[in-house]
Design a protein around this ligand. Structure first.
Ligand SMILES: NC(=O)c1ccc[n+]([C@@H]2O[C@H](COP(=O)([O-])OP(=O)(O)OC[C@H]3O[C@@H](n4cnc5c(N)ncnc54)[C@H](OP(=O)(O)O)[C@@H]3O)[C@@H](O)[C@H]2O)c1
Length: 316
């Protein structure tokens, strides 16, 4: 089975596969990531989500090259690679060099999608947490986006987009963008459903891409609240399938889910040819809402974002 499927839900742009494998992992990286990505390609995943910040670009590139050598895929063109420019490179003159480093890590000539990781700028060289007040600078959205557009014009990024943008920030971006963002990658799961943002993006022709669709249980940015939801447990028990992922899929969003366990990787692909019932959808729609990945580390006393309200423009 290929994860490029269309299915019953509203269609994403053809070229963005609806299901992608996430690679934001803590702990040892190169070999576990390379092995997981190679196995995922064999299982039918065709979209891989990475970022300069995750340090998983190189093992993804190795796995793709290995899959081509083993003739699991005919060429690199059969996979869709998303990567992201980190905050320390969110400066007009640093975006293109950052993308060139990403391409060198991946050993590829282009990425399919290049995203601004956060609407945040840090001083050059600030790649790993913990971050301090002095690390932050004002985010110049226009300058960063013009540099993103240049990456696209040069053919190094087939599409460009953003992550963690509110409706208000998207509105600002659309007011000057020559090339509008293709995608906004944000947290979406039954505990943070993003109804307003989805409506806004649909109207503007921006594809929503869900991260942490299972609530990122077990990570420092995640929580147990999705996996431990009583409502979701009950529905999953009746269905025996991944209710969260199917729910996201039915919203028409693309989704990025991380598992390096073969059984769960297979399970996470099994969301295309079945549906939730109307009653199940209703029950999920009533789950109390709470944003899990709030981005607290980008809040500083004297910086651009002094509160979560400011970072998310009240959309929290
Ligand atoms: N743009 C951004 O700012 C941003 C932020 C966060 C994440 N992301 C991207 O989105 C990807 C996915 O989000 P995420 O990693 O935060 O969280 P997630 O995919 O919601 O959850 C991952 C966790 O769930 C477990 N898991 C996966 N499938 C499962 C299943 N079927 N049953 C039970 N447990 C399961 C995984 O463990 P196992 O591996 O052991 O299965 C892992 O601990 C990331 O890896 C990253 O690529 C982007």
């Amino acid at each position: 089975m290929s994860a490029t499927g269309g299915g019953a839900a509203a269609a994403a742009p053809r070229s963005v596969p609806r299901i992608g494998l996430g690679t934001a992992v803590q702990g040892p990286k190169p070999d576990p990531v390379r092995r997981a990505v190679l196995r995922a390609i064999e299982l039918g995943y065709r979209h891989f989500d990475t970022a300069a910040h995750y340090a998983t670009e190189a093992p993804i590139g190795e796995a793709v090259a290995e899959a081509v050598r083993a003739e699991v895929i005919a060429s690199r063109d059969e996979v869709f690679i998303t990567s992201k420019v980190w905050c320390a490179d969110a400066h007009r003159d640093r975006v293109l060099p950052a993308l060139r480093r990403t391409l060198s890590n991946l050993q590829m000539e282009y990425v399919d999608l290049y995203l601004v990781h956060w609407p945040v700028t840090m001083k050059a060289g600030r790649y790993s947490a913990p971050f301090t007040e002095e690390d932050f600078e004002p985010f110049d959205m226009r300058a960063v986006w013009e540099a993103m557009e240049e990456c696209h014009r040069l053919g190094l990024a087939k599409a460009i987009g953003v992550c963690n943008f509110s409706c208000k920030k998207l509105e600002t971006l659309l007011s000057f963008a020559t090339i509008p963002p293709t995608v906004n990658q944000v947290e979406i799961n039954p505990v943070w459903q993003q109804r307003n943002l989805r409506e806004f993006c649909r109207e503007k022709g921006i594809q929503l891409m869900a991260y942490s669709p299972l609530g990122a249980k077990g990570t420092h940015w995640g929580s147990d609240s999705v996996m431990d939801s009583g409502v979701l447990h009950e529905i999953a028990k009746a269905k025996g399938k991944s209710v969260c992922l199917r729910w996201v899929y039915e919203q028409g969003d693309c989704l990025i889910v991380k598992s390096f366990d073969e059984t769960r990787m297979k399970e996470n692909l099994d969301i295309v040819d079945w549906e939730l019932t109307e009653e199940e959808r209703q029950r999920i729609s009533k789950i109390p809402q709470r944003k899990i990945n709030q981005g607290r580390r980008y809040i500083t006393e004297h910086g651009q974002y002094k509160s979560l309200e400011e970072l998310w423009d009240g959309e929290i």
